[in-house]
Design a protein around this ligand. Structure first.
Ligand code: NDP
Length: 201
């Protein structure tokens, strides 16, 4: 039995690794949204990917866009009881959901779980970046290129030590995600960004 690959996937702005402002994303990057959707949705025949998120990130998704389609959505809250309701899995701990997924023969509506993506927010990213069950980081590395006075103000940051990780090249990222994406720097409005993949040293 092959265990599903587990990644943290996040878009963060250098140098502080800012990821949020007022409970929302600090930017709107159309191509990045498409990358996130394509990468997290792409799975083999007869299988589905899971996206695991904290309760606040779930609440930050407009009601009409959730659950995220074509993915098994898992919402973590300490006050949840573990159950499937309204098309999503509510769970009260990362351990209980990962244990469930890694149990032999776990199926969701007759499908295997292909990959597991942990999609935020800060509390979840910061608590699980050091968890050995996490195989890789899918980091969209953003830089603001506009007027300094217009730099987005953020209140939520990754506390990640990337010294413990090594960046892999783009061919490894392609292999992992299995979808087309732009390699190298992308310019969109007052931002530049690049899709990167990291594994533990
Ligand atoms: P989170 O989305 O991490 O949610 C936090 C909540 O999740 C907690 O209050 C708790 O819910 C629950 N939770 C956290 N850890 C666990 C656990 N181990 N077991 C069970 N439940 C748990 O909130 P943050 O405020 O940290 O992050 C939200 C911000 O991040 C927003 O600004 C959002 O836009 C941003 N974001 C940015 C992304 C990016 O790529 N740039 C991606 C995703 C989010 P409860 O209180 O109910 O117990």
């Amino acid at each position: 039995v092959v265990k599903p690959h587990i990644s943290l996937i996040v878009a963060a702005m250098a140098p502080e690794l800012g990821i949020g402002a007022n409970g929302k994303l600090p930017w709107r990057l159309k191509q990045e949204i498409k990358y996130f959707r394509d990468v997290t949705s792409h799975s083999g025949e007869g299988s589905i990917n899971a996206v695991i998120m904290g309760r606040k990130t779930w609440e930050s998704i407009p009601a009409k866009f959730r659950p995220l389609p074509n993915r098994l959505n898992v919402i973590l809250s300490h006050s949840h009881t573990n159950e499937y309701r309204d098309g999503v899995l509510f769970y009260n701990s990362m351990d209980s959901i990962l244990d469930a997924f890694q149990r032999d023969n776990y199926k969701f509506q007759k499908q295997d779980i292909n990959k597991i993506f942990i999609i935020g927010g800060a509390q979840i990213y910061n608590a699980f970046v050091t968890d050995p069950r996490v195989d890789s980081l899918l980091l969209t590395n953003i830089t603001f290129t506009g007027e300094a006075s217009e730099t987005p103000v953020m209140d939520t940051f990754l506390r990640w030590n990337l010294d413990e990780w090594k960046r892999l090249d783009s061919s490894r990222l392609k292999n992992l995600v299995g979808v087309e994406f732009t390699e190298g720097l992308i310019e969109e409005g007052a931002y530049e960004y690049e899709y990167t993949l990291w594994e533990r040293k």
